[in-house]
Ligand binder design. Structure first.
Ligand code: PMT
Length: 402
């Protein structure tokens, strides 16, 4: 299985003889379906050329923090945001020290500070350097900060020594990188997620709808499966592929979404309403295409059922989470919906900002609970979905002891 399908891996290469293995690592990451961009330190370029890694990754290699041309193409903050995982392999003793001390003297360390993505490192160094108390203290700091440490392996080293400090093989690093996305935080939990718009027919050729692309709901479904949940995705009409291991139910109208949602209750632990459900539908659907006879026309509309409110008031009520798409007074309207719809959480989404919300690739939200608010900064919908599920899992287990 391509466990890194559509994942964006920023591969950092630091100076050490194992840098040549970065070439094979790119291939192994790509075998898992990853899109790879490479950042090299100055020392790394003494061991392998940027051109080699550029040819293999299919993307320009980034080497400088203060290069205006490179910054114009893809700035360091943009790169930090692009990454779903920052993987540093090989990670030298010097790099580990600089990372542990929060230095930002070159592009790679700066990215590590700026990114919201997870960081994993594959150390590679002489066994004496690895065993040195300074390196071990830096290692502990990094572990405490949730940096994933991949390896090192033991064995014969380039310098002739034998001991710990060899970089893991590329295939093992790629498999461990894939495992970073499988958090297990929702193991055995059943999730139902609605996504996309609904379409409310006016006549056989026209409908009322909105700009929801489904990206947010589909990203949540992918992240939930990675977190160990079993996921049913009730999708309005969108042009997105079904994420692996997700059961998809396609619907068109709010009425159909309502029926599909109620049918899932009883075998659902968490329900997330990410769909942009049309609040109204035409009172009557014309059987034939409506002809344009008059200058003006009026369509009578009736209210659609409120799906998330129906779920939250059902006798088999799951942990219920809504989204609030707002253009003003975002948090206060979101709080109102939390209360009125009897939800456990509401995710406030400021859709007045075109960089986030409807049909954008990025999003930024605030998770609103009865007594707390957790802001999640702008990130790709995939990254944001993982962060969002971590917050959701915390609230879910606080209410439903694991
Ligand atoms: O799909 P994308 O392009 O990725 O965009 C993502 C998104 C902006 C659509 C998504 O993040 C979002 O905000 N979804 C909710 C949109 C919305 O309809 O918000 P609302 O404030 O009108 O509704 C509040 C909640 O009630 C939502 O959970 C909604 O699913 C639910 N609802 C609304 C009306 C209705 N009749 N039934 C419902 O269940």
């Amino acid at each position: 299985m391509q466990q890194l399908n559509n994942k964006q891996i920023l591969l950092g290469v630091t100076g050490g003889i194992a840098a040549y293995k970065a070439a094979e690592l790119i291939r192994r990451l790509q075998d898992h379906g990853a899109n790879v961009r490479v950042v090299m330190t100055k020392a790394a370029q003494e061991f392998i050329t940027p051109l080699t890694l550029q040819a293999l990754s299919g993307n320009p290699v980034h080497t400088d923090l203060l290069n205006p041309e490179a910054e114009a193409a893809m700035g360091h903050i943009e790169l930090a945001r692009w990454a779903d995982l920052v993987l540093v392999a090989p990670a030298s003793a010097d790099f580990m020290a600089r990372l542990a001390h929060g230095e930002a003297g070159d592009l790679l360390t700066t990215l590590c500070l700026a990114t919201h993505a997870g960081i994993a490192i594959a150390p590679a160094m002489n066994q004496g350097m690895w065993r040195d108390p300074s390196t071990q203290a830096n290692l502990q700091t990094l572990i405490d900060r949730q940096v994933a440490i991949l390896g090192p392996a033991e064995g014969s080293q380039a310098c002739g020594d034998i001991g710990p400090g060899r970089m893991l093989e590329a295939a093992d690093i790629a498999a461990l990188a894939a495992a970073q996305f499988q958090s297990g935080s929702l193991d055995g939990v059943k999730l139902v997620i609605t996504a996309g718009p609904t379409r409310e027919a006016i006549d056989p050729v026209r409908y009322i709808s909105n700009h929801s692309s489904g990206k947010m709901g589909f990203a949540l479904a992918t992240a939930a499966v990675e977190a160990g949940a079993s996921v049913t995705l009730i999708a309005g009409p969108v042009a997105l592929a079904t994420p692996e291991r997700v059961t998809r139910i396609n619907v068109e109208s709010a009425d159909q979404m309502h029926q599909a949602a109620l049918a899932e209750l009883g075998h659902c632990d968490i329900f997330i309403g990410a769909a942009a459900v049309a609040d109204y539908r035409p009172a009557n659907i014309a059987e034939q295409k409506i002809k344009k006879n008059d200058d003006n026309m009026t369509i009578a509309l009736v209210r659609n059922p409120d799906i998330i409110a129906a779920v939250a008031s059902h006798p088999q009520r799951p942990f219920a989470i809504g989204f609030a798409a707002e253009t003003q007074d975002v948090l206060s309207y979101a709080r109102g919906k939390l209360k009125n719809k009897n939800l456990d959480l509401i995710i406030a989404n400021d859709v007045s900002d075109s960089r986030i919300g409807f049909n954008s690739d990025d999003n930024a939200v605030t998770v609103v609970a009865e007594t707390s608010e957790t802001a999640i900064a702008i990130a790709s919908k995939q990254q944001l979905a993982r962060q969002l599920l971590a917050v959701i899992a915390e609230h879910y287990y606080a209410k439903n002891v694991k």
